[in-house]
Design a protein around this ligand. Structure first.
Ligand code: HEM
Ligand code: HEM
Length: 179
């Protein structure tokens, strides 16, 4: 299969839609654990369905990505930067799928309902186990931090390509090729 110049429109649509959803989720999550009572309940009611939507979209995106090649990175990019770019992209996939799964799993282990609104409720994926709940609760926190740090590095790299190197990497995701 030949390598395209830009990402497929569907990959770009999912990328920007999910970027907005994930960044919102990181802030909703952080706001949630520092709020009490009604605000906490309200944020959690958004957090659960939005997180599960990210999980479903990430599975679709992974399937699409495995069947549609990404545009090549510039030839003059140092090897370590290419490796870092690929590693961080795959780390994103692991986190986009793993973090919601840990959230779902931790609520299951704590015997809390995974409600999606409108009376919809997901079944538990783990048995009731308070120790496992405590462990997964910590894992959810640290993975969220890792997600945020990866996001900051990713955005920094994207802006470096777009504003300093001007090598077409940012345009591969915006869909507009460099002049
Ligand atoms: C990409 C998806 C997700 C992101 C980015 C995310 C992010 C976060 C963050 C940043 C926190 C605060 C962590 C802390 O400081 O302790 C948090 C807490 C939490 N998340 Fe998620 N989360 C995601 C998916 C999910 C899912 C799918 C569920 C459940 C179905 C979930 C359930 C929870 C719960 C129950 C808390 C703790 C609430 C509390 O103790 O007040 N998360 N999440
Ligand atoms: C949490 C938010 C974000 C996530 C999870 C994310 C995830 C990803 C992933 C997984 C890829 C690899 C392409 C693929 O296989 O689908 C990618 C590529 C890319 N992203 Fe993001 N992204 C986010 C936010 C951003 C932002 C804010 C920007 C711009 C400022 C950006 C710019 C790019 C660019 C330019 C590429 C193409 C890199 C290349 O050609 O190799 N991303 N992103």
């Amino acid at each position: 299969m030949s390598r395209p110049e830009t990402f497929h429109w569907f990959a770009r649509l999912l990328h920007w839609l999910m970027a907005a959803m994930i960044v919102s989720m990181l802030f909703i999550g952080a706001g949630m654990v520092t709020s009490v009572e009604s605000k906490h309940t309200w944020l959690l009611a958004i957090h659960k369905p939005l997180g599960i939507s990210i999980f479903v979209l990430a599975l679709i995106r992974l399937g699409f990505r495995l069947t549609h090649p990404a545009p090549p990175l510039p030839d003059d990019m140092p090897l370590w930067q290419k490796l870092a770019a690929h590693a961080s992209h795959w780390l994103f996939y692991v986190l986009m799928i793993g973090l919601p799964l840990v959230g779902w799993g931790m609520l299951s282990a704590g015997n809390f309902p995974v409600t999606l609104g409108g009376g919809l409720r997901l079944p538990p994926i783990l048995p009731f186990d308070p120790l496992l709940y405590a462990w997964l609760r910590e894992a959810h926190r640290y993975l969220a931090w890792l997600f945020f740090l990866t996001y900051l590095a990713h955005m920094g790299a994207a802006l470096m390509h777009g504003l300093i190197r001007r090598d077409g990497v940012l345009q591969a995701m915006t869909g507009r090729r460099a002049q």
